[in-house]
Design a protein around this ligand. Sequence first.
Ligand SMILES: Cc1cc2nc3c(=O)[nH]c(=O)nc-3n(C[C@H](O)[C@H](O)[C@H](O)COP(=O)(O)OP(=O)(O)OC[C@H]3O[C@@H](n4cnc5c(N)ncnc54)[C@H](O)[C@@H]3O)c2cc1C
Length: 397
Amino acid sequence: MAIEFSLTPDQEAFRAAARSFLAKEVAPVVAEMDEREEFPAASVRRLQEEGYFGIPVPEEYGGLGLGKVGYCLFLEELGRVDASHGVIVGAHTSLGTTPLLYYGTEDQKRRWLMPAAKGEKLLAFSLTEPGSGSDSGAVHTVAERNGDRWSLTGTKIYVSNGREADTVIVMAANDPKLGANGGVTAFLVDRGTPGFRVGRCEKKMGLHGSSTAELILDHVDLGPEHVLGEVGKGFHVAMTALDVGRVSLGAASLGGMEAATEAALSFSQNRTQFGLPISEYEVIQFKLADMAMKVHALRYLVYHAAARQDRMGWTPTAWNRLERQEKTRESAVVKCLASEWASDVIDEALQIHGGLGYIRGTPIERAYRDARISEIFEGTNEIQRLVVARDLLARGL
Ligand SMILES: Cc1cc2nc3c(=O)[nH]c(=O)nc-3n(C[C@H](O)[C@H](O)[C@H](O)COP(=O)(O)OP(=O)(O)OC[C@H]3O[C@@H](n4cnc5c(N)ncnc54)[C@H](O)[C@@H]3O)c2cc1C
């Protein structure tokens, strides 16, 4: 078990550059984006131009080559500024570029990964269906084989970036009888393919800048080059991507917690009641201390998990069983604790702001609405606890 971990000067410099870029290019658009419930196309374009949609992708495939630690550093910084942008980058990078890197052929990497990492194309990932959420292996979208071609028919829901994506990684059942193990395959489906269209886009409590779309597939004809990974191994492809997504979601939550804690600290030192700044009252100090403790603990969890995944590299066939099990358990731990701590910390920060925290349009009010989904998507926290408990029962602590 590796415990030692510290950031290199280059990683610190990358973080500092990202922080000033986000302050200039993203922070100014967030309030209006939230109010208008609009995809922030202009700031997304700037992030793409800067290479921030390909941070962990190796340079030979058009990325920045900064690994998952670099990627988490960026998402932590982005999480301090806005959760919607975090989901747009996360759905594209963790759930879009990762499966291509892990399972794509060389041709697929050149055709789909390179433009995505360079920021020329946007990706999305589509597993969830109306009848298949937590039971995500029970895919009903059918992939029918005709010679070496495939025909996909079905309805997918809740796809982040689904409305804007150039390519969606779609999980479909090549053999519904086999279920998750052998019966699900991952396909690369391009926007504009006949039979493929965007349906309803959800209105949500938070994450107003991120689209959450229904996708409709009606006899979508695809050649063999659109199959990502082996036929029947799509569930595995999805779960491997989600292990990355759960850690990066932890990093974005960490950023949200830091921003909320700093805002509460500053507010409490400036707000005077009963003749004293409220930070002088022990009740408020204890709240701030609890918030800071969660931030400290989560920093170690996130970067430990990201560094482990970097050490494991990009070749899943090279991983042994124990490495896989430890990675999956750790990703579930990070996701679960990060999302619950983020909800707690942001809730306490709102409380410290008093009535002001409840006023529409304040950063803390937006953060409160945005944070709640992290306990639900990328696998609910009940499912994360099942993942941890099953592994615990099988292997012990
Ligand atoms: C904003 C947003 C963005 C999303 N983005 C994407 C995306 O990009 N791609 C994608 O594929 N999906 C996406 N999702 C879907 C998301 O991952 C699912 O909503 C989530 O996995 C839960 O599925 P469900 O909504 O069907 O809930 P259900 O599975 O119906 O769960 C309902 C409740 O039952 C609990 N439950 C279910 N089974 C068990 C069990 N065995 N034991 C104990 N409790 C259980 C759940 O934890 C939950 O509390 C997104 C969802 C939202 C809201």
